[in-house]
Ligand binder design. Structure first.
Ligand code: ACO
Length: 428
């Protein structure tokens, strides 16, 4: 028998159906609440609100489970290529060899950026944050492809936008970095794979070719997979809400980049390294910083700790921690901030404040340490996250469009002034 939720309001009982997901997740469907009762719900930060049904990513925060289209993140991170995972997220199943070969080749053919757009980069100041450049350039892409504006075009036309986005984002990201260095940009190379090509565009110089280290390329592949989707997080929800107005995919993804930039979301990876460096420069007194994080009068938070959904552990952090040990060893890097990170983690995991609130290291706690070992500068960390998250944003947008989702438009409880009459300026 299907479950029913009952709500009693002013003596009257209303019934709402309970929806059960494929992993037995339960939700009370209140879509008729306002028309039936005149009431709305209030849930700041959407902590209890499901905004959609989705078949893309399953996450169980209590048990630390993360699966893309049913496949455990541990298996994908170990065995798959990033573009294979992108295909899986966007199109729903793992590609056959023929499908994957065609997909990779098509993406390789779209990596170039229009020459007019290259000139945009010269206008940005050297200290421009690359996330600002990335958001602006993704939105700018829509101006080069006006035929992409209608989200309800035939599938092949939508696919072309998807290929262009996947192909061009690494080019835009590497060029944002070159802009900060005031170095000439490096053009994409079709004989390199996705990760190798990105590394080459980042590190190749007119004076010296860059030889891709397979350890570095593999580590990057793993990091991108781990970041590829995370169901209805802040940036994915943003992409869906922007896309629900039928704004084009480029612009919807640009909005996702902006949402990701903040330090409470993807910007945490940059913030973690800056925090670890600050602790080191301050003498390395970990307890002092733990106490700052616990002090309610201090705005400092332990960056890379805590998660809206994971309350026991973040499975991505477990994989990244192991990967960071392997990468540092393989590259012979001895990073002093790693010792501070490990000390901080040990102290926090044994502290009642963090334990009682379910605050554990999240994906960003260790990712910055690997990125540093790969010579990626800290301002680029969140850009790396964006490259990884792009397939997730696309998949969320595509599912939303295919489901013909209504425009995202929450309500509010108004607490401002009640009606009052305008007062002329000389009488105020
Ligand atoms: N350091 C210290 N205290 C913390 C931290 C932290 N990192 N995170 C949460 N808390 C405390 C809060 O002060 C609050 O305490 P209280 O109950 O005494 O008021 C309690 O834990 C719950 O925190 P909320 O902010 O209500 O939890 P929410 O789910 O809204 O926030 C978030 C989750 C934003 C990730 C938060 O844990 C945080 O700010 N972490 C640091 C930033 C970070 O690492 N972000 C990356 C997240 S992963 C990702 O987006 C890729």
């Amino acid at each position: 028998m299907s479950e029913i939720a009952k709500l009693e309001l002013n003596g009257k009982v209303y019934e709402f159906p309970v929806i059960t997901g494929s992993e037995n997740e339960k939700a009370i469907d209140i879509s008729t609440l306002r028309s039936a009762t005149g009431y709305i719900t209030l849930d700041p930060g959407f902590k209890n609100t499901g905004s959609t049904k989705s078949g893309i990513t399953f996450l169980n925060g209590e048990e630390g489970i993360l699966r893309y289209r049913g496949y455990p993140i541990e298996q994908l991170a170990e065995k798959a290529e990033f573009l294979e995972v992108a295909y899986l997220l966007i199109y729903g199943s793992l590609p056959t060899l023929a499908q994957y070969t065609k997909f990779k080749k098509t993406i390789t053919l779209h990596t170039l950026i229009h020459e007019d757009m290259r000139e945009f980069f010269e206008a940005y100041p050297a200290k421009a944050h690359p996330m600002g450049i990335l958001a602006a350039s993704l939105s700018s892409l829509s101006t080069f492809y006006p035929e992409s504006h209608d989200p309800y075009r035939p599938q092949e036309a939508v696919d072309l936008t998807i290929y262009r986005l996947l192909a061009k984002l690494p080019t835009l990201a590497a060029w944002a970095y070159k802009n900060a260095m005031r170095h000439p940009v490096v053009y994409p190379k079709n004989n390199l794979d996705y990760c190798e090509n990105f590394l080459n565009m980042m590190f190749s110089m007119p004076t010296e070719d860059y030889k891709v280290n397979p350890v570095v390329a593999q580590a990057l592949n793993k990091l991108l997979i781990l970041h590829a989707d995370h169901e209805q997080n802040c940036s994915a929800a943003t992409v869906r809400v922007v896309g629900s107005s039928q704004a084009n995919l480029y612009t919807s993804v640009a909005a996702g980049v902006s949402a990701l930039w903040g330090p409470l979301h993807g910007g945490a990876n940059q913030a973690v390294i800056e925090m670890l460096e600050a602790i080191r420069n301050d003498g390395g007194d970990v307890d002092k910083w733990i106490n700052k994080a616990k002090d309610k009068d201090d705005t400092f938070r332990l960056m890379g700790f805590g998660h809206r959904v994971y309350k026991n552990f973040d499975p991505r952090a477990t994989i990244i921690k192991k990967a960071s040990d392997d990468v540092l060893k393989a590259l012979g890097v001895n990073d002093p901030v790693l010792d501070i990170a490990k000390k901080l983690e040990t102290v926090a995991l044994n502290d009642d404040y963090f334990k009682s609130r379910g605050l554990y290291p999240n994906v960003d706690f260790y990712s910055g340490i690997i990125y540093r070992a790969l010579n990626i500068p800290s301002e680029m960390f969140t850009v790396m996250f964006a490259i990884g998250r792009l397939p997730g944003w696309i998949a969320q947008w595509k599912e939303m469009i295919e489901d013909k989702a209504p425009i995202g438009r929450p309500r509010q409880v108004y607490t401002g002034a009640t009606k009052r009459d305008f007062v002329d300026i000389d009488k105020r």
